[in-house]
Design a protein around this ligand. Structure first.
Ligand code: DSN
Length: 418
């Protein structure tokens, strides 16, 4: 795939080789990651990158768009069918811009948004003070119940009644449980708010029918297409038919410019692939593996936030193990297991340290790892949490991790031979 780059820029080609080696030899467990199928990479790098395109099929601002129109129409048809949605706009470049498109479609500066707190599982673009969105709109937040560590729907309702937001958002980056979309939709209707779900993390599980879909309940459903959907670095937004014109205007020209035909084609491929039995089986196994890891870690004395998981990720509270998220992440990285430090609900530590880590099971499940391998990963994690500075323990764990992952190729042999 890098034939010409190797000749023209061996330094850069070398970095790609280095990253391929890293991914092949590491147990990748970042919850927002997955391994994209080869056609997604081929289409993401295809000749479609030469085309500048604005507008929509049949109403473009540039000539030479007939093929592009066919791609966008095909992608839209496949996406609507896969997710059983009334309308889709797949021009977004990422999950973040998908959210911005919805905001541009229905909000005016100063309007109120009620969303989940970032430090309890929400997302940066839903109103965190660190994100520009917080400077345009007014924000309030709901969180999780301190006992169950699951969404406190009473708190959400109280805040909605009090603040009368224009938009209520559900979904986020580190929430391991199912969300009662129907209940939030009713609250939104009661207070006259739009209801948006950001399903970026769980889109693959939803597409495969492994967990319930937010699409019947929400006005807008935004998503990235990486993560469990295992597709291009891009985005998409679904909505009810009645909001179609608003969403399309809010996307282009409202918030985005020229669309990316490369990733649009890659997404079109994935909308077909995600309807296959192969994809469904992987997604089912992702949840089985996540639950198994939660059980095994609990058996080793780790506390799992909310007591378990219903999806592809789990968040561990490391305080009983006497190690911070930061330190655990670094120690795991040194043996070839990649996770990220993560705040737990009501975390006493700052975000750069944290009391927890977030672990995702998508990428390893795609590679073929099953319950027996998950048991071994939990054992390694436990050894490391108990002795993160012990060189001998780290060396032994690294050897075990390498041996484990070497049996599961990232891509079939020969995929990247130039
Ligand atoms: N929000 C980041 C994550 O979940 O890892 C990236 O999408």
């Amino acid at each position: 795939m890098l034939k010409i780059t190797r000749l023209t820029d061996p330094e850069l080609a070398g970095l790609v080789d280095e990253e391929l080696y890293r991914q092949e030899h590491n147990i990748e467990m970042i919850a927002s990651e997955s391994t994209v199928p080869v056609p997604v990479m081929e289409l993401s790098g295809s000749v479609f990158t030469n085309k500048t395109l604005e507008g929509y099929p049949g109403a473009r601002y540039q000539a030479g768009s007939l093929v592009a129109d066919k791609v966008e129409i095909l992608a839209n048809e496949r996406a609507r069918k896969l997710f059983d949605a009334e309308h889709v706009n797949i021009q977004s470049y990422s999950g973040s811009t998908a959210n911005y498109s919805v905001f541009a479609s229905i909000l005016k500066p100063g309007d109120k948004i009620l969303s989940m707190r970032l430090d309890q599982g929400g997302h940066l673009t839903h109103g965190s003070p660190a994100n520009w969105v917080s400077k345009i709109y007014s924000h309030s937040f709901y969180g999780v119940d301190p006992e169950t560590e699951q969404i406190d729907y009473n708190d959400l309702k109280e805040k909605a009644m009090e603040d009368k937001p224009k938009l209520i958002i559900a979904g986020g980056s580190s929430y391991p449980r199912l969300i009662d979309y129907e209940r939030i939709s009713k609250i939104a209707k009661e207070v006259g708010a739009y209801f948006m779900v950001d399903m970026a993390h769980v889109a693959g599980l939803v597409a495969a029918g492994v967990i319930p879909s937010p699409i019947p309940h929400a006005d807008f459903v935004s998503s990235s297409t990486t993560k469990t959907f295992c597709s291009a670095r891009s985005g998409m937004v679904f909505c009810k038919k009645e909001h179609a014109r608003l969403l399309d205007k809010g996307t282009f020209p409202g918030s985005l410019g020229s669309l990316h035909l490369t990733t649009m084609a890659a997404k079109a491929w994935s909308f077909k692939y995600a309807a296959t039995d192969e994809f469904k089986e992987i997604m089912e196994q992702v949840v089985v593996n996540a639950r198994k890891l939660a059980d095994e870690l609990q058996g080793h004395g780790f506390r799992i936030v909310s007591g378990g998981t219903d999806n592809h990720l789990l968040v561990i509270d490391l305080r009983e193990k006497g190690i911070t998220g930061d330190k655990f992440q670094t120690a795991l990285d040194s043996v070839g297991i990649t996770v990220n430090k993560n705040l737990i609900p009501f975390d006493p530590e700052k975000p750069s340290v944290t009391s927890g880590v977030r672990i995702g099971l998508t990428a390893i499940t795609q590679r073929g790892l099953r319950e027996s391998e998950v048991i071994k990963i939990a054992e390694i994690m436990n050894l490391i949490a108990s002795a993160p500075d012990d060189k001998k323990v780290l060396e032994d764990c690294k050897a075990s991790a390498q041996e484990l992952i070497s049996n599961f190729p990232l891509y079939p042999e020969g995929t990247f031979v130039d």
